[in-house]
Design a protein around this ligand. Structure first.
Ligand SMILES: [Zn+2]
Length: 465
């Protein structure tokens, strides 16, 4: 009987990894890093609990690090099969995995300098050559066509509308001539957003895994453009800097899209915008080049030819650490966009150490902030934020625009499920924190009356009758 084991994103939002077994073969769907609290990150060091060399294939929903960032470690630990993804996901991983390795190496170096690592000497989770070795195992599959992995597994990807290349997967498992369909939501995106197409809905599944990041709430419905314009204008009036921790993939492009639009409409001044991410230029280029992901409005805008909708007028892309440090010297109003979006690492930490103590500045949070992350602490109103083991006073204004989330809110998740023409035998809620999972289980049960379960970390289930 086929089997599934939840190796991550079980009662938490990171570390997505689902192991499928059929006829002695093993397929891993997603291979994400755990992020956030120390306890969660520790799981990255504990191994899968399954010998990596016994896994035959990996299949990805999308390129985010919490869905693909464990791949270099998997390969280092003995995985030798192909990693299947579409072209955009592969190209994004080619930027994100080396960057993740770099961050791991930096963290280890920093820990060595400060002497606070549990490893002596401190080690990175994986290195740049290990990230490159993982990239060599990628095999590109079509954006939205059925693909046969083996006699046991075939997959059809569908648009998920979350980031460039993001898919939900309709996996057909064949064992003893009997077929079982398992749907993996990956991360479900938003409806009616600029740039990307809306998520498609699944119509059939014997077993359904649904993400629940925002299972307990809806995003605010106010106008992003109005709120963003207000924030930019009042920060500029104070003579301050607007610092936006944003993931390089997706949020940065969406922010630039809105800022550019507001500049064109003369609703905000043309401030210098520093995109302090060596990757951002490349990621933005991928967003432009993958037409298959664009919605009709964005395609139409691009066809006008005389606009650069994903760049502000005065944009500075900084690649080197030296250029990044120079942003510290900017004392006139400006906008700084830098990763990571949850303030769990990256250059944003240096910018916050510089800008948080000044009440003229604003920190704008635009995405999901996991428990234990710096972003969540700021939203919770901490008076000091620990950055590189220093207590930085928080005097800057802290604001959030929930509408800029890349994740479907509760009603959008329920809408995504509404396409189902049959009742799944079991729905597993994953990729959510405990409260969101419990709340979303009540909503799904109330609206659809399906059997719904919340699996535990490393729990297994038979996918039989
Ligand atoms: Zn994601």
């Amino acid at each position: 009987m086929p089997k599934i084991t939840f190796l991550g994103a079980a009662r938490t939002v990171t570390g997505s990894k689902y192991l499928l077994e059929a006829e002695g073969k093993k397929l891993l769907v997603d291979c994400g890093l755990f992020e956030g609290s120390k306890e969660l990150k520790q799981r990255n060091w504990e191994g899968l609990g399954v010998d990596s060399s016994t896994i035959d294939w990996v299949l990805l929903t999308h390129a985010h690090i919490d869905h693909a960032g464990y791949l270099p470690r998997l390969v280092r630990d003995g995985f030798r099969g192909p990693i299947y993804s579409n072209a955009a996901t592969h190209e994004l991983c080619a930027l994100l995995l080396p960057d993740s390795a770099h961050l791991q190496e930096e963290d280890a170096e920093f820990a060595a300098k400060k002497g606070y690592s549990v490893h002596k000497p401190p080690l990175p989770l994986y290195t740049l050559p290990e990230a490159k070795a993982a990239l060599e195992r990628f095999r590109v599959i079509a954006r939205a066509e059925s693909f046969t992995i083996s006699p046991q597994f075939s997959v059809r990807p569908h648009d998920a509308g979350h980031i460039l290349g993001s898919s939900w997967l309709e996996l057909t498992i064949t064992e003893n001539n009997k077929q079982t369909v398992v749907v993996f939501s990956g991360d479900v995106g938003r409806y009616n957003q600029p740039i990307l197409k809306d998520p498609e809905s699944p119509t059939r599944a014997d077993f359904l895994l649904c993400e629940s990041t925002y299972g307990d709430r809806d995003h605010p419905t106010g106008s992003v453009e109005d709120e963003l314009a207000d924030i930019v204008n009042r920060t500029a009036k104070r003579g301050g800097a607007l610092v936006i921790p944003a993931f390089t993939v997706g949020r940065t492009q969406l922010l630039m899209f809105y800022l550019r639009k507001l500049e064109e409409q003369q609703r905000i001044p043309r401030l210098p915008v520093f995109v302090d991410s060596p990757m951002a230029i490349n990621v933005t280029a991928l967003y432009v080049s993958h037409h298959e992901d664009h919605d009709a409005d964005f395609s139409a805008l691009e066809k006008t030819g005389n606009r650069d909708p994903l760049n502000c007028h005065e944009v500075h892309m900084t690649r080197t650490v030296e250029e990044s440090k120079q942003i510290n010297d900017v004392v006139t109003p400006c906008i700084i966009i830098s990763a990571s979006g949850m303030i769990t690492g990256g250059r944003i930490k240096h910018h916050l150490a510089r800008r948080l103590p000044d009440a003229r500045n604003t920190v704008l949070l635009v995405g999901y902030q996991a428990e234990g992350s710096g972003g969540r602490l700021l939203l919770d109103g901490v008076k000091y934020l620990s950055i590189h083991h220093e207590q930085i006073p928080v005097r800057a204004e802290i604001v959030e625009i929930g509408q800029l989330s890349a994740h479907a809110g509760k009603s959008e998740l329920l809408r995504w499920l509404s396409g189902m023409q049959m009742e799944p035998r079991q729905t597993f809620l994953v990729h959510g924190e405990p409260h969101a999972l419990d709340s979303f289980r009540s909503s799904v049960t109330a609206q659809y009356h399906w059997p719904v379960m919340i699996p535990d970390y490393r729990q297994s289930f038979d996918l039989g009758n």
